[in-house]
Design a protein around this ligand. Structure first.
Ligand SMILES: [Zn+2]
Length: 244
C-alpha cells in the first residue's frame, strides 16, 4: 500500500476520535464487482457488503436522498459502470437504495451501462439517476457556454431516457468553481454534489453538498469516515477541487 495512503488512513482514524455525532453523510463509490471488474476504481462486493453491515451496526439508515441532518447515509455511484448493473440482485435483495451519476455521452460504451440497462435500473424503487455531465471533462476548464451545454444536454438526455426529472449533478473529477455553481443552478439543478468530504448539513455553498470517497476503505477506515474523520482533509480537497 502506498505510503501516502497509509498516512491518509492514520490521519482520518486519529481525527475520527474527535467526532461522536451520527450526522447524515453522502458517501461515494465508482463500481462494485464480484467476478468481472470494469474499472480499477471498483470495490469488491465483499468489501461493499462489509460497509453496509457497518452502516447498519452504527445505526444509520441508507436512503436514496437525505432528508434529515442526522442518522442517514446516501450512497452514490459515479460514472455508471457495468458492475453495479450486474450486481443489482444484491441491491434488490438487501433493499439498498442508491444514487447513480451518469455521463450521458458514455451510455453504451465498453464497460458502461447501455440505455436499456439504465432505464431498467431507473424504474427500480430507491434508485435515482442524475447527471455527471455529458462528456466528463472538468467543468472548470470550459468556457461559460460550453459548461451550459454540458449541463443542459446531459439533463435532457437522461430525462428523456428515464422519464423522470433530473435535478442533481456531480462534478467530473470533483472540479468546480463559482461560475459552475451558478450555471448549474440556472440550468435547473437543485443539488450539486462535490467530492469534498463533510457532513450533509455542512454545505460548501447553497445546495452544494459534500461527499466522502469510500471505495477503497477497509473496516477501520470506513468506520472513521462515517464518524467524520476525513473532514480534517477538507481544506486540502478544497485546494485541489475548488478552482478559479
Ligand atoms: Zn466521474
Amino acid at each position: 500500500m502506498a505510503f501516502k495512503r497509509l498516512i491518509r488512513i492514520a490521519i482520518i482514524r486519529f481525527a475520527s476520535f474527535f467526532y461522536f455525532t451520527k450526522k447524515s453523510k453522502v458517501i461515494f463509490y465508482h463500481d462494485v464487482h464480484d467476478k468481472k471488474k470494469y474499472t480499477y476504481m471498483s470495490t469488491p462486493l465483499q468489501i461493499f457488503k462489509r460497509h453496509i453491515q457497518i452502516i447498519n451496526e452504527c445505526g444509520y439508515e441508507v436512503v436514496s436522498e437525505i432528508t434529515k441532518d442526522v442518522g442517514q447515509i446516501e450512497i452514490c455511484f459515479d460514472d455508471a459502470f457495468l458492475g453495479v448493473y450486474e450486481n443489482i440482485e444484491f441491491f434488490k435483495y438487501q433493499n439498498i437504495p442508491f444514487h447513480l451519476f451518469v455521463i450521458s455521452s458514455y451510455i453504451g460504451r465498453k464497460n458502461y451501462m447501455d440505455a436499456k440497462q439504465l432505464i431498467e435500473l431507473s424504474k427500480l424503487d430507491g434508485i435515482r439517476v442524475s447527471s455527471h455531465t455529458h462528456s466528463h471533462k472538468p467543468l472548470n476548464e470550459m468556457k461559460k457556454n460550453e459548461i451550459k451545454r454540458e449541463l443542459k444536454q446531459s439533463k435532457e438526455k437522461l430525462e428523456s431516457l428515464t422519464g423522470t426529472p433530473v435535478n442533481s449533478i456531480c462534478y467530473p473529477k470533483g472540479r468546480f468553481n463559482k461560475e459552475t455553481i451558478n450555471i448549474a443552478k440556472s440550468v435547473g439543478y437543485k443539488k450539486q454534489y462535490s467530492s469534498l468530504p463533510g457532513f450533509y448539513a455542512n454545505e460548501f455553498a447553497e445546495n452544494v453538498l459534500r461527499r466522502s470517497l469510500v471505495q477503497y476503505a477497509k473496516d477501520n477506515e470506513f468506520k472513521a469516515i462515517l464518524k467524520g474523520g476525513d473532514h480534517i482533509l477538507s481544506y486540502w480537497y478544497r485546494l485541489k477541487h475548488f478552482c478559479r
